[in-house]
Design a protein around this ligand. Structure first.
Ligand SMILES: Cc1cc2nc3c(=O)[nH]c(=O)nc-3n(C[C@H](O)[C@H](O)[C@H](O)COP(=O)(O)O)c2cc1C
Length: 209
């Protein structure tokens, strides 16, 4: 399949085959792709929680508008944002840059100080919105990787984040859930896999200047 064929093959899977599990190698690819996602300033204000415990998946389904994808998927990926992006977090990022690239403090410090100040001046809500945008980027990236790897997936906003946070004890980790991505294999009788794609025409969505 070429990339466009793969993207056409992908669809928001409504029914997973609950008897089939993704091999660990496929999960490893998703994990690497998640971590390689581009993020604003490179700060990666995200964590990915990977669930393969069917009891927890069943419990989470009740807080996902009863969408059975959460119960039946091989794994459920929960995209979380860091609740605290302050001086310590930003300093840690620059320490990592220094370790990996051996960049001198003289070069890093002006940018670091500017970033620390800019985040300190922002209201918390704005920082959380910014972090949430990075989570959407990561999920978009994983959707494409899923298509290329022939992994079925259903991007989901339809869940109650507060309940997920509670069940997964995310507050203890200073995290908040923002998106959910059940992954696995489509059920043979998922009628949505046969549906034609509904998209606006390219003439309507692209402007050439
Ligand atoms: C951010 C986002 C949230 C979504 N939330 C849900 C959801 O909660 N449940 C669901 O069944 N589909 C959900 N979808 C799937 C969309 O409805 C679907 O991607 C869209 O209709 C296009 O269809 P396709 O992905 O099959 O091509 C979501 C998609 C996105 C991108």
């Amino acid at each position: 399949m070429n990339i466009i064929e793969s993207l056409r093959w992908r669809y928001a899977t409504k029914k997973f085959d609950s008897t089939k599990n993704l091999p660990q190698e496929k999960i490893d690819v998703l994990v690497e792709a998640f971590n390689l996602t581009a993020t604003s300033y490179g700060l990666q204000p995200l964590k990915l929680v990977i669930i393969k415990d069917k009891k927890i998946q069943k419990e989470l389904t009740q807080h996902s508008w009863n969408q059975q994808q959460v119960a039946d998927a091989s794994h459920v990926l929960v995209f979380c944002i860091e609740n605290v992006i302050g001086q310590e977090y930003i300093n840690n990022y620059f320490d990592t840059v220094k370790t990996i690239r051996n960049t001198p403090d003289k070069v890093l410090n002006p940018f670091k100080e500017q970033l620390v100040k800019s985040f300190a001046d922002k209201p918390q809500e704005e920082i959380l919105n910014w972090a949430t945008k990075q989570a959407y980027l990561a999920m978009g990236n994983l959707l494409t990787v899923c298509a290329l790897e022939q992994i079925d997936a259903c991007p989901m906003e339809g869940f109650i984040p507060e309940k997920y946070d509670e069940i997964l004890n995310l507050a203890d980790l200073k995290l908040s859930s923002v998106l959910v991505l059940p992954v696995g294999y489509r059920a043979e009788d998922d009628m949505f896999s046969e549906f034609k794609k509904v998209r606006r025409s390219i003439n309507d969505t692209v402007i050439n200047i």
